[in-house]
Design a protein around this ligand. Structure first.
Ligand code: AGP
Length: 600
């Protein structure tokens, strides 16, 4: 979380910094700021809110200078105010930071005793103070930043500029990601190489604990292998698509939802060719470890590993799994699942598993990410870049890839023959058509949403994979519609949650007409009997069996219960999006969230 960008390119950099921040805004949009260093010294501009607000501040009062750093913030310590916005500066040093300085309180006491005064509520403000102190103690710029990395505990990616050295940026990282690039005109630093799309050239990721200095023409790395690592630069791949980034859609979320049929097809095709699946097949148990929507994708696909492949499958929340000290069997495989490939807790699981000598597996959507580098074996979903904070196409792509993996494991374990595998995979691929048919239900879901628009709470019910779909649907409504939406396994209703049902409360029931349909319908009847407003998502057979029970019944496409459940996920994306839009909310940038959760 938080996006860092810096440029040293011999030209006035303010506009470049702000344009590049826009590409990093998915990492946080609580505030933004830049620091430019030039003949006039250090010049800072900061504004709470999104990058557009900063752009408005800078438009009429542009700082001059050819070296600068920039930041878009997701607040951890201190409210999202102007004064808490980065960069933070002290004594001719300005710093932008991504991560958490865990011992900031102790560091503030220490520095306060030395006469330093702090003006923000942030943890990050200690960083320019430490660097300035190290400079006063006689260290050069790089040494001062390296020493700061020693003093500050926690995760850090930082970039610093100096009033007394207006020709360089010093950068460092531990834990949080940071990459540097060299193009024809200068040197750049960014939290995400995607921001280098606008500069071209070549880039490399900073190693953990590494410090580097960006001059106009080069990047200098500290450490013995500084020269050797020059061989590890990769070319910046410039994007082919120009024009309207939302491709005519009202939001990135709308565009990304519409891309689901293609994302599904591409991912099924890639997963059919994933190398190394036999390593999963040799396991005696699998743990899928993830956060948020990725966790729900694991939950939705679990039955395929258990029923088809005969492989016990646990689904674990990464932040719980890593601290629980659970017992893994000798041949248990841990598969980490992440759209971004940067989620701190999921990444930590990979690192901790590696440190314990286990082979590590990841399924990730972002090819240039920390997890793709960290895992021994990384498979890629092929959903394309997702910008909207709410996972949509990456969720369905994760489900597709997991089901292909499960089927291939089933085949490798001798539970299905090659013919049945191919038929099942072809059937799975053909679900892209069903996804298209579901997308055609947008108007239908918009009208279903109108009954929810003024409600502060909602309940979602389902069983088996449909419970996972309910969880995912409720998460979508929480994060973009700010509705207290809770999902329950339908069988759990009578164990407490039914006490919350009162007349008019919306209840969404996901019920494909499978062997569990009658049981789920009983739960629907129980909430209906207590006055709930019932929205039933089912297939044609289910709709006929439910009759007039629900206030609103949406008939979903899908040849079997599994397909209907996939279709329900997409219908619930529409439901959340239309509720959020009716409330006038920004579906791409919901409050308090960021696309990539790089702090624990
Ligand atoms: C999904 O809509 C959320 N934005 C969020 O729960 C997300 O899935 C979670 O943060 C995990 O992210 P990852 O897949 O990038 O690891």
């Amino acid at each position: 979380m938080c996006g860092i960008f810096g440029a040293n390119n011999g030209r006035p950099v303010a506009s470049k910094l702000i344009d590049s921040l826009r590409r990093l805004e998915y990492r946080g949009y609580d505030s933004a700021g830049i620091a430019v260093v030039g003949a006039q010294g250090l010049d800072l501009r900061r504004a709470s809110g999104c990058v557009d607000r900063l752009a408005a501040v800078v438009r009429d009062d542009r700082p001059e200078g050819t070296v600068g750093i920039a930041h878009t913030r997701w607040a951890t310590h201190g409210a999202p105010t102007d004064v808490n916005a980065h960069p933070h500066a002290f004594d001719g040093v300005a710093v932008v930071h991504n991560g958490i300085v865990e011992n900031h309180a102790e560091l503030k006491w220490w520095l306060s005793d030395l006469g330093h005064e702090f003006v923000t509520e942030t943890d990050s403000e200690v960083l320019p103070h430490i660097i300035a102190k190290m400079r006063r103690d006689g260290m050069d710029h790089r040494q001062a930043v390296a020493a700061t990395l020693e003093y500050a505990k926690g995760s850090l990616a930082l970039a610093a500029v100096f009033e007394d050295a207006p020709d360089r940026i010093v950068v460092a990282r531990r834990g949080s990601p940071l990459a540097v690039a060299i193009s024809e005109d200068g040197a750049y630093v960014s939290s995400d190489p995607a921001a280098f799309d606008a500069v071209g050239g070549r880039f490399t990721h900073l190693e953990d604990g590494e410090v580097a200095e960006l001059t106009r023409g080069d990047v200098w790395f500290d450490g013995a292998d500084g020269d050797a690592r020059r061989n590890r630069w990769e070319p910046v791949v410039l994007p082919q698509d120009g024009g309207d980034p939302r491709a005519g859609h009202s939001s990135f979320m709308a565009k990304e939802m519409a891309e689901q049929p293609d994302a599904w097809s591409r991912t099924v095709a890639s997963a059919r060719a994933f190398a190394g699946v036999e390593e999963l097949a040799a396991a005696d148990r699998i743990a899928i470890v993830a956060c948020g929507s990725s966790y729900y994708a694991g939950l939705m696909a679990r039955a395929w590993f258990e029923r088809e492949a005969g492989l016990a499958c646990d689904i674990e929340v990464a932040s719980e799994f890593r601290h629980r000290g659970g017992v893994l069997s000798e041949r248990q495989v841990v598969l980490c699942l992440s759209q971004s490939g940067e989620t701190a807790d999921t990444l930590a699981v990979i690192e901790e598993m590696r440190a314990a000598g286990r082979r590590t597996f990841a399924l990730v959507n972002t090819a240039r990410s920390a997890m793709t580098r960290a895992a021994d074996r990384c498979w890629l979903t092929d959903a394309g870049r997702e910008i909207g904070v709410a996972a949509t196409k990456t969720f369905t792509a994760q489900v597709a890839a997991l089901v292909v993996l499960a089927l291939r494991v089933a085949h490798a374990r001798g539970r299905i023959d090659a013919d049945r595998l191919e038929k099942a995979l072809d059937g799975l691929a053909s679900l892209s058509d069903m996804i298209r048919q579901t997308l055609a239900l947008e108007g239908r879901m918009a009208s279903a949403a109108s009954a929810f628009a003024d409600r502060r709470s909602a309940f979602y019910l389902g069983r088996g994979p449909a419970f996972a779909a309910a969880l995912e649907g409720a998460l979508k409504l929480k994060e973009i519609g700010y509705v207290q939406a809770e999902a329950y396994a339908a069988g759990e209703l009578k164990h407490g949650p039914i006490a919350l049902i009162e007349p008019g409360v919306p209840v969404v029931v996901v019920a494909p007409s499978d062997h569990l349909f009658e049981k789920t319908l009983s739960s629907a009847q129980e909430v209906k009997a207590r006055g709930a407003r019932l929205l039933l998502l089912t297939d044609a057979g289910g709709a006929a069996r439910a009759g007039r029970l629900a206030d609103d019944t949406v008939v979903l496409p899908g040849a079997d219960a599994w397909a209907v459940t996939v279709s329900a996920v997409i219908a619930l994306q529409f439901l959340a999006r239309h509720i959020a839009t009716a409330r006038g909310l920004d579906v791409d940038r919901p409050r308090n969230l960021a696309k990539s959760v790089t702090v624990e």
